[in-house]
Design a binder for this molecule. Structure first.
Ligand SMILES: [Zn+2]
Length: 347
């Protein structure tokens, strides 16, 4: 196909035709077509390379060099052209997209504290104001601290299987059934110095009905020192209840029994629903039971590192769910654990 001196001229002609085609390719399909035509196995360049052997020996070297150089040049031009086409396509697409600056933003869903958290905060605040400091303990607790140190011996009904979650593979440990072991921890940390502490957290019992959940929350307060008496307990509880239920709250202490306090008292407040007249919720009594309390049992004081002959103290505990249910008029404790936004959005 290529003859004599014409061969180099034909290479030049081939080059200018190829360059024109590459420059004219407006999109990827056209460029791919040009690649097949000029660099393909049936294209003129390959044809010419094959024809080198037919050229006179004196011309072969220059001709080979020229054709190889041309092939390299075309390949790199096509790569460049490819990049230009891609970039142009990207800009074209971006120009085509419209952006409406007047569209309103998408509001982020705002979270809020859970009603139990609101109650916990209120309880803790009320006692902070009275000089109680916050203390914490683990939810997986030793039986020794959860029971024995709190004067609940092994034969006590509270330790039976139907009440307590035991920890498999870790004998001697339970999911704490109350926050009271934190009292022991706080006393052991501070004894023989006086202590005033408040704790709040999750506790676990094998209960599940309208007023009981296997996971629930307790808050409790403890004060130990010299000369602390029942009157301090009553004064503290009165201020505490005023902070939670309002200035006009009435409180009543009734004798009761707890293993870890002696004497012990249940604390009632005047019914918040009927104002003391008597209604279905207070069962006609005009009072609602809200917490348990008492003077710290000498056994517990000793376990905490205090000498009962020198130190006395009081303690009280309250169910956070119970306060939340009273405060917000919720009649099923399980609603507090179902994460239903229709309920939670109301607070
Ligand atoms: Zn009532």
């Amino acid at each position: 196909m290529l003859k004599g001196m014409d061969r180099m001229k034909d290479v030049e002609a081939l080059r200018s035709d190829a360059l024109r085609d590459i420059a004219a390719a407006r999109d990827e399909a056209a460029l791919e077509q040009a690649r097949i035509v000029w660099l393909g196995r049936k294209g003129p360049l390959v044809d010419a390379l094959r024809g080198i052997k037919d050229a006179p020996a004196a011309e072969r070297r220059d001709l080979g060099l020229a054709l190889n150089r041309l092939r390299d040049e075309l390949e790199s031009l096509m790569t460049e052209r490819q990049a230009e086409i891609s970039e142009r396509a990207l800009f074209a697409r971006l120009r085509g997209e419209t952006f409406d600056v007047t569209l309103p933003g998408r509001p982020r869903a705002m979270g809020g504290p859970h009603p139990l958290q609101l109650v916990e905060d209120a309880l803790v605040d009320a006692l902070h104001a009275l000089g109680f400091h916050f203390a914490e303990g683990p939810e997986v607790e030793s039986e020794a601290l959860n029971f024995e140190a709190l004067n609940i011996p092994a034969d006590h009904p509270a330790r039976e299987m139907h009440d307590t979650f035991f920890v498999q593979d870790q004998p001697g440990y339970v999911l704490r059934t109350h926050t009271s072991p934190v009292q022991i921890r706080a006393m052991r940390k501070h004894a023989p110095q006086p202590v005033r502490m408040i704790t709040v957290g999750r506790v676990y019992r094998r209960d599940d009905d309208v007023t009981h959940s296997p996971v629930f929350h307790q808050m409790e307060g403890l004060a130990v020192g010299e000369g602390i008496g029942m009157h301090h307990l009553k004064g503290t509880l009165y201020e505490f209840c005023r902070a939670i239920f309002g200035e006009d709250v009435r409180i009543r202490l009734r004798p009761s029994y707890f293993p870890f306090t002696e004497p012990s008292a249940e604390v009632d407040i005047g019914c918040v629903f009927c104002g003391g007249e008597g209604c279905r919720i207070c069962k006609g009594t005009g009072f609602i039971e809200i917490l348990g309390s008492g003077m710290v049992h000498p056994h517990v004081l000793r376990e905490g590192g205090y000498d009962p002959a020198v130190h006395t103290g009081f303690a009280f505990g309250v169910g956070v769910e119970r306060i939340a249910m009273l405060r917000y008029g919720i009649d099923d404790v399980r609603l507090l654990f179902q994460s239903d936004l229709r309920l939670l959005r109301q607070f």
